[in-house]
Design a protein. Structure first.
Lengths: 122, 435
């Protein structure tokens, strides 16, 4: 049984591409496209890894991550943050919010695979 | 050195500019060349009939020789020095510099203003690039679509045996995303083009307005007739470009048109001929309020008033919302004015007209009458208080007509005002000494 990854991203074709490459790599992929109820979905899914976009409808990825780090049992969940902005201050914001890793769009499939494999060793 | 002490220097400069030899000017003025030489080196005081003769021979007004450069030019130099911190400029010699080299002084002031405008353009564009929500959303759309295309294309290109169902799906996604990308990029280009057009002239909306009104000498003949068309005026070549300036210009022009209807030019001309530029007389004759009469007087054609009139309007917070400066009564381009202006006194006692004789710093012996009133700008309700707007008409006072009553010293703004120990001072002046 593969490890579980939850992808929270509002762009359907990115979700589809990431889901495909991670599934082929043996991950069990769940997806969600909204920010406002994202925390509930994370609690319910209890994934081994979270891929979280910053700009989401309803609530920003930073806000979700900050709450996540204060939630019992989820404070050490590995989180790969996806963002369209790659400036130093954005990276810093992601780190302060509690991101384990930060990736700037557009990224390659190989970069995503390498990152998730490194974050959750099989 | 006092302005009068430099009269000789100004005569010399003007003579050289006119291409006259000392002997020629001396002959025209009926004095010896050696005496003119002493005058030009400020070793003899000059005034009265001789000053008038020399001014006539040079084709200039005698006041230009005796009083030197326009106060506005000197104020502009001091403002330029203030913007640089005033460390290296000889502030005490600004008057002398403007008097001796008026062309260079104007060039310097213009250059400083241009730099200010460009700095604001850069700041505004940078602010827009950093914080504009539309730009951020457009960039996000572009990058997200590119990410989807990149991932999908890589799957199609690099996956050896892709199931037909997935292959169809990814092809469809690629097609969708490429269309979305084209739309997003087009939107981004349109946005940046519009920003560039705005930015080309990007001063502040207030400055755009002032350039528009100043370019028309604050008078709009098109709005005097019954078929006044504000839209046509705003579609003209020199009309403001930015949305904010156009909206404000429309509001001001609508008010101008209403004033013109309430106070037709023919009636205003009769009142001014009889009573001079007196807003109270005009308001009585027209049944309007004082502020409307002040606005109307300040925006008349030049041939209807004995001398140009200045006007300044502020909102209840004291922010200047309309400025029509005079040559010798400069108004601050940024920030607030002098708290001693009658404008602000009027704001503190609404509906009670205020009249004060003012002596602006740096205007030499020139005096001005400030006539001000604060009137309701929006009605009060049970849920919010009413707002007030104050209006001040600035009327030059002829030296011969100046009363014995002491004039109130006023400035342009604290930073370039030399008044010592002024209770209204908000910040230190950069001027170490008085004018």
């Amino acid at each position: 049984m593969g490890k579980r990854v939850l992808v929270i991203e509002d762009e359907p074709n990115i979700i589809e591409a990431i889901s495909y490459i991670l599934s082929r790599d043996g991950w069990r992929v769940h997806t969600h496209a909204n920010g406002h109820d994202a925390l509930d979905v994370i609690r319910a899914q209890r994934p081994d890894l979270l891929i979280l976009d910053v700009m989401l409808p309803g609530r920003s990825g930073y806000d979700i991550l900050r709450d996540l780090r204060e939630a019992e049992g989820l404070d050490d969940l590995p989180v790969l943050m996806l963002t369209a902005r790659g400036q130093a201050k954005d990276r810093e914001m992601a780190e302060r919010a509690g991101a384990s890793r930060f990736m700037t769009k557009p990224f390659s499939n190989t970069e995503v695979l390498d990152a998730v494999r490194a974050m959750v060793p099989s | 050195m006092t302005p009068e002490a430099l009269t000789g220097t100004r005569i010399r400069e003007r003579r050289v500019m006119a291409g006259l030899k000392q002997a020629e000017l001396a002959r025209l003025a009926g004095i010896s060349p050696s005496y003119l030489n002493l005058i030009e080196h400020n070793r003899r005081r000059i005034g009265g009939k001789l000053l008038l003769s020399i001014a006539e021979a040079l084709g200039v007004q005698s006041s230009l020789l005796s009083e030197g450069a326009e106060a506005a030019l000197v104020a502009g130099l001091r403002e330029a020095a203030a913007r640089r911190g005033g460390h290296s400029a000889e502030l005490d010699r600004a008057e002398e510099f403007a008097g001796r080299f008026p062309g260079w002084a104007e060039l310097l002031v213009d250059a400083r203003r241009r730099i200010d405008a460009l700095e604001r353009t850069v700041e505004s564009l940078s602010d827009r690039l950093t914080h504009d929500p539309h730009l951020a959303a457009s960039m996000h759309e572009v990058l997200s679509t590119v990410t989807a295309i990149r991932s999908t294309a890589a799957i199609l290109a690099e996956t050896g045996e892709l199931e037909p169902e997935w292959q169809d799906r990814f092809h469809r996604n690629l097609n969708e995303d490429s269309r979305r990308l084209a739309g997003a990029v087009q939107g981004l280009v349109n946005f940046l083009d519009a920003a560039g057009e705005d930015g080309a002239n990007l001063t502040s909306p207030q400055e755009e307005l002032e350039a528009f009104f100043g370019g028309r000498a604050y008078h709009f003949g098109e709005l005097e007739g019954p078929s006044a068309d504000i839209d046509a005026l705003l579609d003209g070549d020199a009309a403001p470009v930015s949305t904010a300036a156009r909206a404000t210009a429309r509001r001001l022009l609508e008010r101008y048109r209403a004033d013109a209807v309430a106070m037709p030019l023919s009636r205003v001309a009769r009142v001014v001929a009889r009573d001079g530029p007196d807003p109270a007389a005009l308001a009585r004759a027209s049944g309007t309020d004082l502020a409307a009469a002040m606005r109307r007087l300040a925006q008349l054609p030049a041939d209807l008033v004995p001398a140009p009139l200045g006007l300044v309007i502020c909102d209840g917070a004291g922010t200047l919302t309309f400025r029509k400066p005079l040559d010798d009564f400069a108004l601050p381009r940024f920030g607030a004015g002098c708290p001693y202006w009658p404008l602000f006194e009027a704001l503190s006692r609404p509906a009670q007209p205020v009249a004060r004789l003012m002596a602006p710093a740096g205007a030499g012996p020139r005096l001005f009458r400030g006539l001000a009133v604060a009137q309701p700008a929006s009605p009060a309700g049970f849920d919010r208080p009413g707002l007030f707007e104050a209006t001040m008409l600035i009327v030059p006072v002829a030296p011969s007509a100046a009363e014995d009553a002491p004039a109130l010293p006023v400035g342009v703004s604290c930073r370039i005002c030399p008044q010592p120990a002024c209770p209204g001072r908000r910040e230190p002046s950069i001027l170490a000494e008085g004018f």
